[in-house]
Design a binder for this molecule. Structure first.
Ligand code: MTE
Length: 308
């Protein structure tokens, strides 16, 4: 898919959400009809991916890009939009190493040209009990990981954000233990719903949303979706994750969206959609953010109150 920068797009071309959705449904139908065999491993995902956002409109773009968590640029929701222009996203590369046969470094241009950018509408559900429905652009993380040939010792995948206090002024204060880190179990990382996002609303990812490359795991709370990734490492042991290390009682390593397990300071049973106003009706939160059919099997036999 051709990705243009926001500045290249005249406002007359910006698609209202309803039209966007109709077009997406058409594209999805076409994709399923053509090359179903070639797409076999993704077939099940393609058939189900619009579901969580289907009954609700997309979050207006200005909220998706104006109300953010990206502590490298400040702790207020408006700070990333105000300050993230300082981040230089070219040149950019990602080091992939650890328990794999072919460690190496891959440049962002090779990532953008080497992996088919798909559009997927996923809900982002934050632990503070707000949510957005976002049309992401990206590709399954597993496609990138497979190229580095993880060994049988690779049980987890660790991620790191850039550390550069000159570009990321929030890192001059020790509000978090920098660099921001996250981790997934390898089966979570290889799951076809797990996306490396490179854009939203058909455009290149804005800096405040984690340019040039950020993680999106639609069945987990938003803090797992680490932004501006520079390093990915296969590990044998569970890697450290920033919020889990800072406040383990509040932020578990798994962070699966779970209405039955409350955050100590917030109920997780419901949420409100950002952009709907404070008076908007709260919505019931579904287990695994609505993706239970696809991902509950990853946690069979686990006590999800303990491994929250
Ligand atoms: N990644 C980095 N590097 N730094 C952060 O502060 N915040 C996380 C996550 N990824 C964060 C991060 C949190 S708490 C959330 S809810 C999501 O990003 C927010 O993503 P968004 O701003 O694109 O909505």
């Amino acid at each position: 898919m051709l990705i243009r920068k926001p500045a290249d797009i005249p406002s007359s071309e910006i698609t209202p959400p309803q039209v966007w959705r109709a077009r997406r449904t058409f594209i999805q139908g076409a994709a399923l009809g053509v090359g179903a065999a070639a797409l076999a491993p993704l077939g099940a995902v393609a058939a189900t991916y619009p579901r969580p956002g289907e009954d609700e409109p997309l979050t207006p773009r200005e909220f998706v890009t104006g109300y953010n968590n990206f502590y490298e640029f400040g702790t207020d929701k408006g700070d990333p939009a105000a300050h993230a222009h300082r981040l230089r996203t070219r040149p950019w590369s990602v080091v992939v190493d650890g328990e794999c046969a072919r460690p190496g470094e891959i440049g962002i241009e090779d990532i953008l040209s080497g992996f088919d950018q798909q559009e997927r509408i996923y809900r982002l559900r934050c632990v503070e009990a707000w949510a957005m429905v976002i049309p992401w652009l990206g590709f399954p993380l597993g496609e990138l990981l497979a190229r580095f040939e993880p060994t049988s010792r690779a049980r987890y995948v660790a991620f790191e954000t850039l550390f550069d206090p000159e570009q990321m002024p929030g890192q001059r204060r020790r509000v978090l233990d920098w660099p921001y880190r996250e981790g997934l179990r390898i089966d979570e990382a290889m799951h076809p719903l797990t996306l490396l996002a490179t854009g939203l609303y058909g455009e290149t990812l804005p800096n405040q949303n984690g340019a040039p490359l950020r993680l999106v795991v639609p069945w987990k709370y938003g803090f797992k979706s680490i932004k501006s990734i520079v390093r990915i490492r296969f590990t044998a042991e569970q890697p450290p994750a920033t919020w889990n290390r800072m406040q383990p009682d509040e932020y578990g390593f798994y962070a699966n969206v779970n209405p039955a397990v409350d955050h100590p300071r917030w109920s997780q049973k419901s949420h409100r959609m950002i952009g709907g106003g404070w008076l908007a009706k709260r919505r019931e939160t579904l287990p695994f953010n609505g993706y239970a059919e696809e991902v509950a099997g990853l946690y069979a036999g686990m006590d999800l109150r303990r491994f929250y």
